[in-house]
Design a protein around this ligand. Structure first.
Ligand code: SAM
Length: 323
């Protein structure tokens, strides 16, 4: 359906848990306050909401967390959403730490894509930035995912003074595996407020210095706002998701569902509609509430504005929203 600014909303990020097996320093360095499972949507409830979404023309879903594979039965949910008539795509985003356990099943389900978060290729830095993760697990997950033929993308966050020196090495993964490597700008959400990201344009300059043949690639790569570049003769592409310095709100096509059932029209604002209590009333009630949330989708975010903390009302952590 269209929102009040004429944007076609067709994609929903579905957070299935706010728990994570990592403690990334810009996300949840101290972990999260545990929410009882009774407050979290069941898989049946999530499937019901996705069914209502499909009836509104929202047919592409990204399963996210926290860490989605930290919740038992994640693949069962993916299977249920895939089986809703009208669903066009279900993808998942993961830190890759335990992905190898699920790859065969994901392949069998026909998952449409896996995004893997990876900020560094240095084992010590990886353990530091993720608060205890093991680089080898995520590298193995990337190799297995690529080998299995599932569309694989890497999401990388570059921080000033931490991994700026790895921009070229991270980009090389795109050319080595023939996949998309996307550089995501750090957003001042949760602990992200305390770190400093590097603008996408600056990363592009570094890449163009080494690869003068890097050219804009306008072919469709997915549902997101990434802007892509390619080298001639290479399958891999470099993407930029520059939410702060390359604001893309005018083409935003998404809404977000938190694991507790809040439907969020915009990442920047705290408000949304709580779908959990409406589930007992049936699909029509859920659909109506979703329509209302979409109609109230704000025109734009104001991240990066001098006084942006005044306008921003979102105080949840990224792991509670799902990115
Ligand atoms: N655990 C899953 C993963 O790693 O993909 C899903 C949830 S995680 C919150 C989703 C993405 O959000 C990760 O790629 C992470 O790097 C990114 N992220 C976390 N905090 C962020 C922030 N403040 N700004 C931008 N991206 C952030």
């Amino acid at each position: 359906m269209l929102d009040s600014y004429g944007r076609k909303i067709e994609y929903m990020r579905v957070s299935i848990t706010d728990r994570c097996n990592l403690r990334c320093r810009y996300c949840i360095p101290d972990g999260i306050a545990k929410v009882p499972m009774s407050a979290i949507l069941t898989y049946e409830e999530i499937t019901e909401i996705c069914r209502a979404a499909v009836s509104l023309g929202i047919s592409r879903f990204k399963i996210t967390g926290g860490e989605p594979f930290a919740r038992l039965g994640c693949t069962d949910l993916i299977r249920s959403i895939k089986s809703i008539e009208g669903t066009e795509e279900v993808t998942v985003t993961t830190n890759g730490q335990i992905l190898h356990e699920y790859l065969d099943e994901l392949k069998d389900i026909g998952i449409d894509g896996i995004n893997i978060s990876l900020d560094t290729l240095d084992p010590e830095r990886y353990t530091y930035i993720t608060g205890g993760g093991r680089l080898e697990n995520t590298l193995r997950a990337i190799e297995l995912s690529v080998d299995s033929g599932i569309r694989t993308k890497i999401n990388c966050l570059i921080q000033r003074g931490f991994n700026e020196d790895e921009i070229l090495d991270m980009a090389d993964l795109a050319f080595r595996y023939g996949i998309d490597v996307r550089f995501i700008e750090l957003m001042p959400i949760g602990a992200g407020d305390m770190s400093k990201g590097v603008p996408g344009a600056e990363i592009l300059e570094v890449l163009k210095d080494k690869y003068p043949d890097l050219m804009p690639d306008t072919s469709r790569h997915g549902n997101g706002p990434a802007v892509y570049y390619k080298r001639s003769g290479s399958d891999g592409a470099i993407g930029f998701i520059s939410a702060i310095h390359g604001k893309f709100c005018s083409s935003c096509n998404r809404i977000r569902l938190t694991s507790q059932g809040l439907l969020k029209p915009c990442l920047y604002y705290e408000n949304g509609i709580d779908l959990k209590p409406l589930l007992a009333e049936g699909e029509d009630a859920v659909r109506e509430a979703m329509e209302k949330a979409i109609s109230s989708k704000p025109k734009e975010h104001h991240f990066g504005r001098q006084d942006e903390t005044e306008g921003r009302s979102e105080h949840r952590l990224m792991s509670q929203i799902g990115g």
